[in-house]
Design a protein around this ligand. Structure first.
Ligand code: IFM
Length: 715
């Protein structure tokens, strides 16, 4: 089995959406969905841009898709050779994970269309494709290729005031509706055969028409270069897009540079997994491919949306997924990327301060769904009921307060793992102090006893809203407070200056008093109650709750959801707590809680299974971890994960699960732990795995970890 490629044979209309995700190519700046060259809005073809957002009227704010400069549609003797319009004799779609190249190969009666496409890993603004047309009969052929501006949007349109130019390269320029951000796409084409070329600006874009007489048995090759810039990249994006078009080398040279850049990524991060029949290794490669295709290597301060660059799902927003599920991969393999993710939180602190103030709190309450500048993308009505078609009041925005602690947790981890305090100095310490301040102002001091509580919250399990003392949230908040105290106690120059700048002395005194009263006490071997009253809820089985579902799209949470009044949970919650704070729990406590919560977990979120796999390794049951590993790692190949929350489409790629797959392999199966640059391993290999080998970056040096059944080595 080729563990570096995934191929699908045959064409089925119902696979269009999933294949758009599965066969995506991306480079962190943009993602190009895995659609056909000739497809457009109806088939959800899209060039998804990172970090550019727009709101159309009062619809949901979401990221902006750029015009598609790789559009190419062939007609032969006047007949449209578009997949879907014309029935293919053969069709095959392939993604090469190692090289980041998408291929299609479609045989129609008169012609075979083959194409290769990549989003350059070497040049973030560049998309490339090469079309090879092999004719089976003499024919009059016409290729319409250019920049398609009839864009797929969920809550668009987002681009207005288009202007088109047809020379020297094709160019479209437009502006976003809300913030007037210019978005430009230019296209260059080169054909290896004589043809008659005309250029035209139409309502749906700017195109060139290549007409030629094709001969049976002959092959005709056209290469396209599409260059995208926006106003966020600097002034004159149109000129820059044209200039880059002018500088592009031949397709082969651009491909070589792209492949070399991917090789550099793999040398820092590839995980070799031997065993499991190849399927597991391929799934892991697919996961890491999807993760690295959207990693913001081009930026200094940017994070990753929950559905990556596969579309506008989840409003293109950044969730806790980044800190808890993506950050671990990067901090252990490419720490600069971990910094880029965390700098995004440092730079969006003003948004978190604003959100806290909006709710009447002090400090930093980070957005549940963060967009640019820390704008909260989460609405009060985040689900639409499938029965009444009415928006449902959800409380993710107001009550999922663990997000601030999750960010502080990752900042602290960065410091612990790398021993590098630069992020703390660059604003990380301020984030931690402001998050701790937020929890201080959010906490309730009991009048009847010496306890402090966090009331009316939502923990990671989103099916139970507005609960009191969610163990995960209380622990995250207390940990954040203890980090703030530790920063102050370290008495560094920057912490002293910060305490003065933030007028933080009184907060510090209060933190010292409150933190021990908020921190949950976990008795040895005890079953941890997810929140106050959880054990009194109906203890219905997952099957029983599932049998109450009337519509496969209905949402299980909120007041009337089938899970809300039962102990069935959406995703790892207590188990996530034991995974993230291993030193607080004995193996026995981890196992006891795992065995209680696992059968009660729907795994309705792609963030769930990896926490169960990690913790199963902790109590040395890799056999239990394996199933969760396979589920996590194969999610984007199998087209798994939920596609609907009520009537809202939530499909796309799953970066958190992609990161989770790495975590299971490295932190779970290999038992990797790095502290202050020092590496230790505690392997727990499932019987399916013979060898695991992967690089780790510690103190700036790359080390290769090899784990076998016989032991482990570091080179
Ligand atoms: O962050 C997650 C959340 O935990 C569950 N719903 C989906 C979000 C985005 O992945």
């Amino acid at each position: 089995m080729d563990i570096w490629t995934f191929t699908q044979d045959g064409y089925r209309e119902e696979d269009i959406v999933t294949n758009g995700n599965r066969f995506l190519v991306g480079n962190g700046y943009m993602g190009f969905r895995g659609t056909m060259d000739e497809w457009g809005r109806r088939q959800m073809a899209a060039v998804c841009l990172a970090g550019v957002y727009d709101q159309n009227g009062d619809r949901w704010r979401e990221p902006v898709n750029a015009p598609n400069g790789l559009f190419a549609r062939l007609t032969v003797n006047g007949a449209d050779m578009a997949l879907g319009a014309e029935k293919p004799l053969e069709h095959r779609q392939t993604i090469d994970f190692r090289r980041g190249v998408h291929k299609r190969d479609t045989l129609f009666e008169p012609v075979r269309i083959q194409s290769e496409r990549f989003a350059s890993m070497a040049e973030p603004h560049l998309l490339r494709s090469r079309l090879t047309l092999t004719f089976r009969q003499d024919a009059e052929a016409e290729l319409l290729c250019g920049i398609d501006t009839d864009l797929w949007d969920i809550n668009g349109p987002h681009l207005f005031d288009y202007t088109y130019k047809t020379s020297p390269f094709l160019l479209t320029e437009a502006r976003t509706g809300e913030l007037n951000i210019p978005v430009a796409a230019a296209q260059n084409a080169s054909a290896d055969f004589p043809c008659e070329e005309t250029r035209e600006a139409a309502e749906t874009g700017v195109f060139r028409r290549l007409r030629f007489n094709a001969a049976a048995g002959q092959t005709y090759t056209i290469t396209l270069a599409a260059c995208v810039f926006t106003g966020l990249d600097g002034p004159n994006p149109g000129e820059r897009a044209q200039a880059l078009c002018g500088q592009t080398r031949g397709f082969a040279e651009d491909l070589t540079a792209h492949e070399a850049a991917w090789e550099a990524v793999w040398s820092a991060s590839a995980v070799e997994l031997h065993g499991g029949g190849g399927e597991a290794a391929r799934s892991l490669n697919a996961s890491l491919y999807h993760l690295h295709s959207i990693a913001p290597r081009h930026a200094q301060s940017l994070s990753v949306p929950a559905r990556g660059l596969s579309g506008q799902t989840y409003k293109g927003a950044v969730f806790w997924d980044s800190e808890i599920f993506l950050f671990p991969v990067f901090v252990h393999t490419e720490p600069e990327l971990a910094k880029t993710l965390l700098r995004y939180r440092i730079d969006t602190l003003p948004g978190a301060l604003r959100k806290a103030a909006e709710y009447g709190y002090r400090g930093a309450f980070y957005p549940w769904e963060s967009q640019e500048g820390g704008a909260e993308g989460c609405t009060d009505y985040n689900v639409t009921d499938v029965f009444t078609h009415r928006p449902v009041r959800t409380y993710f925005r107001d009550k999922q307060i663990h997000i601030s602690g999750d960010i502080a947790y990752a900042l602290w981890k960065y410091y612990e793992i790398t021993g590098d305090d630069s992020l703390m100095r660059e604003g990380g310490a301020e984030v931690i102090l402001q998050c701790a301040r937020f929890y201080l102002s959010r906490a309730h001091r009991r009048a009847d006893c010496d306890k402090t509580e966090l009331l009316d919250v939502i923990g990671p399990d989103e099916y139970h809203e507005r609960v009191n003392n969610n163990a995960f949230t209380n622990q995250m908040a207390a940990h954040c407070m203890s980090c703030a105290i530790a920063l102050a106690d370290a008495d560094t120059d920057f912490a002293r200056a910060l305490i003065q700048k933030l007028d933080y002395d009184a907060d510090l005194a209060l933190l010292r008093e409150i933190e021990p009263k908020l921190r949950p006490v976990f008795a040895e071997g005890a079953l941890i109650e997810q929140f106050d009253g959880y054990f009194s809820l109906e203890d219905a089985s997952l099957a029983a709750v599932r049998s109450r579902v009337l519509d496969e799209r209905e949402y299980w949470g909120t007041n009337h959801g089938v899970a809300a009044h039962t102990q069935i949970i959406k995703q790892a919650d207590v188990v996530a707590l034991t995974a993230l704070f291993p030193s607080l729990f004995s193996d026995q406590t981890v196992e006891r809680n795992w065995r209680y919560y696992e059968p009660r977990t729907e795994h309705g979120s792609s963030l769930s299974a990896c926490m169960y796999a990690l913790t199963a390794c902790r109590f040395r049951r890799p056999d239990l971890a394996w199933e969760h590993f396979v589920k996590t790692a194969s999610i984007d190949l199998s087209g798994g994960g939920k596609h609907w929350a009520g009537e809202i489409y939530i499909g796309g790629t799953h970066p958190a699960a992609n990161g989770g797959a790495w975590m299971i392999a490295a932190l779970g199966f290999a038992g990797l732990s790095v502290r202050n640059g020092e590496i230790t391993l505690n392997p727990c290999l499932p019987e399916q795995i013979e060898t695991l080998r992967f690089p780790v970056c510690a103190r700036g040096k790359r080390v290769t970890v090899t784990v076998t059944r016989q032991g482990w080595t570091l080179e």
